[in-house]
Structures are given as structure tokens and as C-alpha cells.
Design a protein around this ligand. Sequence first.
Ligand code: HEC
Length: 199
Amino acid sequence: MFMLKLFFALLLLNGCRGYVSEKPPFHVNPNMDTQQKGKSYRESQFFADGKIMQEPIAGTIAFGNLKEDSHFYQGKINGQVALSLPKNLVIHEAFIQRGKQVYNSKCSSCHSAIGDGSGLVGKRLMVKPTSFHSDYMYMQPPGHFFDVITNGIRTMQPYGFMLNEHDRWTVVAYIRVLQISQDLEGAWINGSAKQWKQQ
Ligand code: HEC
């Protein structure tokens, strides 16, 4: 019995001496550690094009990504800039507060907190950010603002990739809030209101 124990002890010691070996490690219990499987970028005989990674079938739309409502997702109705906010939005205080939060973090550095274009970054640009307080801006419909945020305009970069559609609409509504806040006499409100009618 003693000899047997000694034998195993020596065997263990032997195993720990740090020999370098070219052979793969001895695997006492392989379970399912190594098995045939497809790994990314490997070749495959299974598919006709010989690739293991397959592209989605053309026209596939991921669940929840249909984006059928062009008014909400593109700010357009029949290809025309929408003159109203999408109907599925409920404009309440939290909606406007969200717009304020997003505007202050993403836009105010250039357009300033009141939207006159005198933000700290904006001031230093060659082409100054457009003020939201002009007849031209008052007459722009919601869909135009949505489009500017989504795709940018001239020298202004797009923000569509970092703001989801809902957040973009909150900013559109908040720009309107800023416009009203800077002209409480509101002579222009009647004139531009037709651009914000419900559709
Ligand atoms: C890095 C600075 C910068 C930031 C940030 C920025 N803008 Fe601008 N924006 C500009 C400049 C510059 C222009 C004028 C572009 C020109 O005329 O070439 C402009 C123009 C605009 C216009 C006028 C478009 C028109 O009809 O002429 C709107 C509306 C606008 N920005 C909205 C936004 C909103 C909303 C955000 C935040 C999501 C934002 N901008 C963020 C720099 C910025």
C-alpha cells in the first residue's frame, strides 16, 4: 500500500516539473469540450456559399423595426415634410421636460440655452448656428426640425444616430417652447400656427 502511495506521489511530482511538450495536453475527461461546431469566419461545407456566417435574407426586418409610420419615423407624410407632430405623441409636461434635457445636453452648446445661436461652441464656429428666433424659423413646420436633427443641415452634423425618434420629437417640441418663450407678445404665433396644425 505504501509503495502504491509513493508511486502516485512521485507521478504527481513528475507531472509538475514544467517540461515543455509539443503534444496536446492529456484530457482525462473530454465531456463535450471539443466537438464539431461552426465558428465565426470559418469555412463551412454546409452552406452553398461556403461561409459559416450567413447574412439575413434580403428584406428581413427585425422584430419591432418595421418603422411603417413615416410621420413618426421620418417626419414626412407622403414624402412631404410633416406640418404637425405625430398623432401617437402625447404632449405633456414630462414630454417637454425630456425635450429640455435632450436639447440642453445635445444642442445648447452651439444653439445656446435660449436657442439664439450664441452657445459657447457655437460662438466659435465659422458658420454660426441659426437662431430659432426669426421669421424664417417660426415658419418652419415640425417635420423640418425633425429632419434637421435626424440628417443635419449644411454645416450642422446629424444627430439621428444618437437620438431615437421619440427624443427627436421632444426636442422639436422644445424648440417651439423656446420660440414662444422669446416672443411673449406672440405676433408671429398666429402666422406660424398653420404650420403646426394637426394632420
Ligand atoms: C456643433 C454645433 C451644433 C450643435 C451641437 C447643433 N447644431 Fe444646429 N446648427 C449648427 C450650425 C452651425 C447651423 C447652421 C448650419 C449652416 O447654415 O450651415 C445649425 C442649424 C440648425 C437649424 C436651422 C436649420 C435651417 O432650417 O436652416 C436647426 C433647426 C438646428 N440647427 C437644430 C439643432 C438641434 C435641434 C440640435 C440638437 C439636437 C442642434 N441643432 C445641434 C450647429 C450645431
